[in-house]
Design a protein around this ligand. Structure first.
Ligand code: GRF
Length: 203
């Protein structure tokens, strides 16, 4: 798992680790001293820092790939990982790298999604889990969860509502992947050999 901060999604996956039959072999953060590393240590999970600051994108990714490849993971889970990955890196792991993004993609790619959704006058918002592709937040969408935007919502209150849904959605989707039911083929996501044409609800 790749993180950059609090690691609340890591925490959710740790909480579901038995029910989804997941083994987290290593947590890697590009930032030192983040709470996600504490969560990993408390769960007895190997955790490392591969610093991105001061390195070129290529040099950082070379070090990251070397660390990842030591563990030969079947899946690479981005969770609050705040780095944009190069085409070369995403192609290297295409089909086995997932991300969770706090918006109903393809709406609001990038940052500050909650504030942007409110400012756009949206009535609903939410979270998407998708395969990572070379273009930011643009890989095949697998599943989504929706929340209502209330008139008195702030970016903070909305983020809290979305985060609660993230913690339900990611474990559910990763369980599909661990079960071998979820694959990426020719840029399309398939669940049980059926193309995912509209984002799945994952209960
Ligand atoms: C979450 O909103 C996640 O969707 C986004 O980063 C935020 C923090 O994630 N990518 P976490 O608490 O570090 O898992």
């Amino acid at each position: 798992m790749l993180i950059s901060g609090s690691g609340s999604n890591l925490g959710a996956l740790i909480g579901h680790i038995d029910s989804i039959n997941l083994e987290i072999v290593c947590v890697i953060s590009n930032q030192a001293g983040v709470y996600g590393l504490v969560r990993a240590s408390q769960a007895g999970i190997v955790n490392k820092v591969v610093k991105s600051s001061g390195l070129s994108r290529e040099d950082f990714e070379d070090k990251l790939a070397q660390t990842i490849d030591k563990y030969q993971p079947e899946i690479i889970i981005l969770a609050g990982f705040m780095r944009i990955l190069t085409t070369q890196f995403t192609q290297r792991y295409l089909g086995k790298i997932l991300n969770i993004h706090p918006s109903l993609l393809p709406k609001f790619k990038g940052l500050n999604t909650h504030q942007r959704a409110i400012e756009a006058g949206e009535k609903t918002h939410g979270v998407s889990v998708h395969f990572v592709s070379p273009d930011l937040d643009s890989g095949a969408i697998i599943a989504q969860k929706t929340v209502a935007i209330d008139p008195n919502d702030t970016a903070k209150s909305l983020a809290k509502k979305v985060l609660a849904q993230e913690h339900l959605l990611y474990p559910c989707v990763i369980k599909w992947f661990v079960q071998g039911r979820l694959v990426l083929k020719n840029g399309l996501a398939y669940l049980d050999n059926q193309i995912i044409t509209t984002p799945k609800i994952c209960e």
